[in-house]
Design a protein around this ligand. Sequence first.
Ligand SMILES: [Zn+2]
Ligand SMILES: [Zn+2]
Length: 289
Amino acid sequence: MIPSTYFIHPEDEKALAAMKAVPGFDALMKKIMELFYEKYLHGVNMGSNMRLSDAQDPRGYYRRVKRICGRLGLDCPEVYLETNPFPNAYTYGDTRVCMVLTSGLFDYLTDDEIDSVIAHECGHILCHHVLYHTMARTLLTGLSNFMKALAAPLVYPLYYWYRKSELSADRVATLLCGADSVARTQLRLAGGPKALAGEVDVDEWVKQAEEYENIRSGSVWDKFLQMLAVMNQDHPFAAVRVREARKWSQTEGFRIVSGLLDGRIAICPECHQVVEPGWAFCRHCGHRL
Ligand SMILES: [Zn+2]
Ligand SMILES: [Zn+2]
């Protein structure tokens, strides 16, 4: 399994570390999850959604999740199919991780785009987002607007981290499926039914994402308006995700992680730094390879 330190988005890492640094917070979250949410949600899924397995695998949805987990060196979570026309996927649990895919996902997206969404969910598991995600979702959807306003110092940092965590998960989708696939999936989720899948232009969409970036990083007033637009959102805007995934796919960090993933690059067992093929000795610590 590739450690998340190789691909986690720096702003996600910083925001997550700040939350974990609150004394007792991590242990408390884990306990609440283990004793309540995990059992509760597991029961709800067992009772109302279809669990996918080797024996219950219409159209190979379960095999699809298993194949993607296998590529990432992840144990396959429990997988459920939920009847919900909205194309969506979410993962919850800590000691027992479960992934829920909605029927809308399969109705709306093509096979490649579905892979990209599943890889994104696996990214959340790899980055250990799942515990905090479940708690954040429960808190953010459970609070009334009045309570949210009262709990603003807690709520807005949580939203902020949630949005940044999506960028790390998108990096796993980028690794497995490519930045174009992430862009196409965001395009499809942003604007249009499956019937349009063959007619949309990803290059035009990428240009649109660049134009949005100009708006977002424009004048102070423009920046403020766009900050206002996302401060209550748990996901970044599609255009931001497209741009971030493409930007990362052109970095040395991406080259290293994709090399690790397909075995072209290895990690030194002594100093845990990256070693290139053909090195007889680790050039960082001298260890014989
Ligand atoms: Zn996500
Ligand atoms: Zn070394």
